[in-house]
Design a protein around this ligand. Structure first.
Ligand code: SF4
Length: 462
């Protein structure tokens, strides 16, 4: 019989990238790569590259952990995923990290911005609105793991510090501020005031490239000096900071190793998060066929460009293994010790509390899963990591503190191209909508922002 030139692996529901209607999709393996093949009755066939490493892609299924629900959901399941966000009862993961956009405004107009922010776009939320959003998160989560104030540029909000004060009164385990660093670099005393919110406080600092042309492409201007000044201040204060790299194929994907190396030398930096561009919102001069980058590609580039990490150091994260990969390392006495190779959560999830390392303490199972579930915050994992290290004779790390931990995350936000309904149900990074719903980051940017929701209503009523 004639053989097809691919292997059929799976079937799912995706979206047509033109009309965003739900369409059937096949997952196939072809030429050592993973593709999604889908067909819209109106717009025809699409074939999208979704992974460049078949073994890693297949292995992500071994990392699924039991689903976790929030304490309450906010919508009914009616039209079918992803048209019921949310969170609807059909979602399979609570909010590991919840974003509150306290303003639509920004002091930049980045050519790449999922929120379409600019100096004149939208408005600041009132303090009352922000507090109501914080209370929504608390009602859903009880004690939310991580809440991130974002925007726009949140530091522009005229009541920014009042909002931080209010957020600190809520039972939030870790509070983050997502910032482009301009006010930290330029405003006297701003970083010092931020430092008063430590501990359990962290900055999520935009840090895309060392190349002027890449910064201009992504941010509209060369922010090299701004980043340098901001980091000097944050290092002086040792204010916990994650560097956030928006990655675009062919633009800054050759810099991942250099950025990790740089980050490891910064006193205040606890890790680097690589976020491939999501095709949503403003994507100027972005050709999805040329510029999209898959999670497996980012992982491969890290392994090729950084001497620190080997393949078993960067693994899928159990709460959302399709979209998140993570690796931990310890910084000790000027040296870096990758750690994930000793605590691969799939081993625990798939059998076995009977390996040499883990049999010493049944609680380690819980600890490892917690480390990888709340990995977006270094502070959240330190206690678990300390317990874990007691059982890892390979690493001597007495007196471990926040400063010793370093974390690499690859956070691939699904867009209409690689949308997979199986994976979206496990999204664990969510945004509070102005009206009190809590919506997965991915679907918020595709369907639930401003005029997009008008289109969604037409779509589900058609
Ligand atoms: S993404 Fe989650 S919240 Fe949204 S419709 Fe699907 S299951 Fe419901």
């Amino acid at each position: 019989m004639p053989e097809k030139d691919y292997t059929y692996y799976d079937f799912t529901i995706s979206l047509c990238t033109k009309c965003l209607k739900r369409v059937d999709a096949k997952i196939i393996f072809e030429n050592e790569q993973v593709f999604m093949v889908k067909r819209c009755p109106e717009h025809g066939m699409e074939k999208v590259l979704i992974a460049t490493d078949i073994q890693y892609y297949k292995n992500t299924r071994n990392y699924n952990k039991p689903s976790e629900a929030p304490l309450k959901t906010n919508t009914n399941t009616h039209y079918g995923c992803p048209y019921d966000c949310g969170l609807c009862q059909d979602h399979e993961q609570h909010s590991c990290l919840t974003v509150i956009e306290i303003t639509d405004r920004c002091n930049l107009t980045c050519p790449t911005c999922y929120a379409m922010s600019s100096p004149h776009y939208g408005r600041h939320r009132t303090v009352e609105e922000v507090e109501a959003m914080l209370d929504t998160i608390v009602a859903n989560e009880g004690t939310p793991d991580v809440v991130q104030l974002s925007g726009g540029e949140p530091t522009l909000h005229p009541d920014f510090f009042r909002i931080l004060d209010i957020a600190k009164t809520k039972p939030i385990r870790h509070l983050m501020v997502n910032t482009n660093g301009i006010r930290i670099a330029n405003d006297e005393g701003f970083a010092e005031r931020l430092a008063t919110y430590m501990p359990d406080f962290e900055l999520y600092l935009q840090f895309d490239s060392f190349k002027s042309e890449a910064l201009i492409q992504l941010r509209g201007k060369d922010l090299t000096d701004t980043r340098k000044k901001a980091l000097e201040k944050l290092n002086a204060l040792n204010l916990s900071t994650t560097l956030v790299v928006t990655l675009q194929q062919g633009l800054n994907d050759d810099e991942v190793g250099e950025i990790i190396d740089f980050a490891l030398k910064q006193k205040c930096v606890r890790g680097v998060t690589f976020q491939p561009v999501q095709v949503a919102g403003r994507n100027e001069d972005f050709d999805p066929a040329k510029h999209r980058i898959t999670l497996t590609d980012v992982r491969r580039k890290i392994l090729e460009q950084s001497p620190v990490f080997q393949p078993n150091d960067i693994v899928p994260v159990p709460c959302n293994p399709d979209a998140l990969a993570m690796g931990y390392a310890l910084k000790l006495g000027g040296e870096v010790f990758p750690l994930t190779r000793y605590i691969d959560p799939s081993i625990l999830l798939n059998s076995a509390r009977n390996t040499i390392v883990y049999e010493q303490d049944e609680n380690l199972h819980e600890q490892v899963i917690r480390i990888f579930s709340t990995g977006v915050s270094v502070d959240a994992v330190t206690e678990d990591m300390q317990s874990l290290l007691c059982c890892l004779p390979q690493i001597q790390a007495p007196g471990l503190s926040y400063d010793n931990l370093f974390r690499i995350i690859i956070m691939r936000f699904i867009d209409a191209y690689d949308f997979d309904v199986r994976a979206i149900k496990k999204s664990c990074v969510h945004i509070v909508h102005k009206d009190g719903r809590i919506i997965p980051f991915e679907t918020m940017n595709l369907f639930y922002r401003d005029e997009k929701e008008v289109y969604l209503k037409k779509l589900i009523n058609s």
